[in-house]
Design a protein around this ligand. Sequence first.
Ligand code: GLA
Length: 779
Amino acid sequence: MISYLDGTFQLDTANTSYIFRVSKFGHLETIHYGELLQDQSLEAIILKHTAVIGSTVAYDASDPLYSLDTLTLEWSGIGKGDYRHSPAEIRMPDGSFVTDFKYRDHRIVDGCIPIQTLPSAYSVQSDSQTLEITLTDDPGEVTLLMYYTVFPKSDVISRRVVLVNHNENPLIIRSLMSMMIDLPNRNYSLVTFHGGWIKEAHRQDRNLQYGLFVNESTTGASSNRHNPGFLLAEQGSSESSGRVYGFNLVYSGNHYEGIELSNQDLVRVMSGINPHCFEWQLAKDERFETPEAVMTFSDHGYNGMSGHFHDFINENIVRGDWKGRERPVLLNNWEAHFFSFTQNKLLRLARRARRLGVELFVLDDGWFGKRDSDNAGLGDYNVNRKKLPGGLSAFARKINRLGMQFGLWFEPEMVNPDSDLYRLHPEYAVRIPGRDPSLGRNQFVLDLCNPKVRDYIVESVRGILQEADISYVKWDMNRHMSDMFSPCLTNQGEFFHRYMIGLYDILARIFGDQPHILLETCSSGGNRFDLGMLCYSPQIWASDDTDPVERLAIQKGLSYLYPLSSIGAHVSSAPHQQTLRSTSLSTRFNTASFGCLGYEIDLKYLSRLEKREVKEQIAFYKKHRGTMQFGRFYRLEAQKSNKLHWETVAKDGHEAIAGLFQTQSCAGEGLNILPLTGLDSRSKYTLRTRPQPLYIRRFGGLINHILPFHVHPDGFLVSILNKFYSLTDCVEEYEGYGDLLESGVKLSNQFVGSYYNSHTRLLGDFGSNLYVIRRESQG
Ligand code: GLA
C-alpha cells in the first residue's frame, strides 16, 4: 500500500496511485495522483523546471530554477516564494508569518491513527496503512505532522495534519488546513453542491478560471448552503467516463475549500476548518489536530468516483450495529401533525402504519415541555402529560405492542427563551454579555463549549433513553449560529471549533455505549449532511423538502458524495407542503426508495386503494432494500432532458433496480430508451416494470372515451370510483443477457394524446417507473 524508496513515497489503492517525493531542499513535491502506476522511472511525468520564470523568487541562491511558486507541493508555507494561498497562516513564535516546513522523517504503521478530539475514519488493522511524515520549521521550533491513510479497497486516501509548538513562546494559528495538493490543470471543471433550506445539495459546475474559488460555510454547521464535498473533473467527463477527483471533509462545522488555478496552470486544492473567526493559540508542547480530509480518484467518471465514496462511507465511516445493516421502514408523524397531537391521534396513526407494514414509529417534535409551537419548550425534556398521559415509556410500550419499534425526536443543542431551562440558566445560551442575542426559529444555541451544558444535555437525553424503549433517535439542530461567545473561553477565536468538539463529545457519550440505537441526524433537513455526522449517525435526514421532484435534484446531488444508505427519504402528502406541487403516490415512493424509506403522511387521508398501494410499496421495498440501500448506485446519462435515470445493482449481482423519472411530460413524446449498466454480459436476466396503480382520475375528461356511459370528470361518481377502482399502469417484461439489456431497452410508447391501451405508459408530469432486473442464470 505505502512504499518509500530514495525519497519517493508511493501510496497505492486498488486502482489509484499517489506519488510524491522529498525535494532537494526538503519540501514535499507532488508527482502524481490518479491512475494506478506500476513501479518505473517517473522522469516522464515529473514537472520540468528548465527556465527561470519571470517574477519568481528563488528559494535558495544555489538554484535559481527552484522556486516554490512553480512546484506542485503537498504543503506550502508563507514567505518563501510561493504566492498561491497557503494552507496555513500562523503567527510564529518570533511574531512573523513566515513558515517553511521541511521533511525530517517518517514512519508507516498499519491501520488508522485516530484523532483524539474529532471523529475520523477507521478500519480493520490490515485493511489500511498510515504514513506519518514529520516536517519541521527549524528556526521556529514548530513541527507539522502530516498523516496519509490509505483505504485500498475503496480507493480513498485521507489526509490531515497536527501542528506542535516546541518553542517557549506561543504561536497563533489563524488558519490550518487539513490537506493541500497541487495538480497540473487538465482542463478541470469544479463541481460543488449548493443550496439552502428545502433545496439542499444542488449540483453546480463551473470551469476553473485563474484565481481562487472558495466553497465554505460560516453558519456554524457544514451547512445546506455549500456542502464540504466537491469534485474536480476533466471537462467532458460523464457519469461513466473521464477523470474525476472527489474531496470531502470529516467535519460538521465551518469548512473551507480553496481551489486556486495559478498562472503556471497548477491547481491548488485545500480543505479544512474555515479560518473565518478562527484563532487558536498553541503554547509550548501543545498540539492542534485538524479534521480528516478524504480524497478519491476514478477514471470511470462520476459514477466511478461516487462508488468509491459510497464504499468508503459504508465501510470506514459508519460504525456500530447499523453498519451495513438494512434500515427499517419508518413513519414519522411530523408532516401529519406538526405540534398538534394527542396520544389517541398518534396511536390511530401508528395502527394504520403497522397495518401497512411500517416497522418503526417516530414521534417528532412537540412531545415535551410546553412545546405546542416552535415558540417554547426547547431545552425542557420532560414529557408533556397532556399529550402523553402515561408518559413516554408507556407510549413506547403501546407502539412496541403494535409490533413496531419506537423512535423519538430531540433538539438538544438548542433552547427557547420561553423554557424552564432558559429561565433557570440563561448563561447556558450562546450570547455576548451586554448585547441582545439574535433569535433563529425563536431559539438560541446552547453553549457546547461549556462542560456544564454538555453534562446537562448528556444527562437529559440519556435519562429519556433509559426511561423508554427507544430504538431510534432523530437528533435535530434548527438554526445557524449568531452572537458567538462563550464565557468558558479566553480566546473567542476558538468558539466555532470548540462547539464542534463539544458536540462530538456529547454524541460519543450518549450513543457510544448504545450502538443498537439508530441515530438519524438532521439540521432543518440537510443543513449538516457531512462525514463528521455520519461517524455517529448512519443516516441523515436529507431535506425538509419531501416533494419528489425536488428530491430528485437533492438526492442526486448527495449521491455524488454519500451512499443511499445514508439518505433519509420520505413519502409525504401531495400537494407538497414545500412547493404545492401535486405528484403521484407512485413517484413519491419511487424517489424515496432510492434512500432509507419512510412515510411522513397522515394515513387517514389515504383512500383504500392508496393504502393498498402503500402496503405494496413497503412490501416491495423490504424485499429489495438491501439493493436500494447498499447496492452499487449509478446515475445514468439521460437520453432526454426531461428524464432522470438511476440504477442500483445488488452487491452480489442477483438483481438491479432501475428508476425512470420524467420531470415534465412532452407532447407527442417519441422513443424512450431505458439505459442500464453494471450487469454481467454472460448472465441472463428478466426485466419487469414494478406494477403501480393507475387511478382513473388521471384520465380527466378522457374517462368518457373509456367508459361505456357518460360521467362528470370531476363529479361524485368519478371521485368514488377513484377510491375503489384503479387500472394497473403498463407493465413491460423482457429478458436477455446483460450485454443486450445494457445496449438500451426500448420501452413502450408513452401516452401521446391519441390512443390508450394497457401497453401505453402513462407518465405525464412527474411520472416515474421502477424496473426490477432479476438475474435468472449466472454466466
Ligand atoms: C426540523 C426538521 C423537521 C422536523 C422539525 C420539527 O425542521 O428538519 O424534520 O423535525 O424540525 O420541529
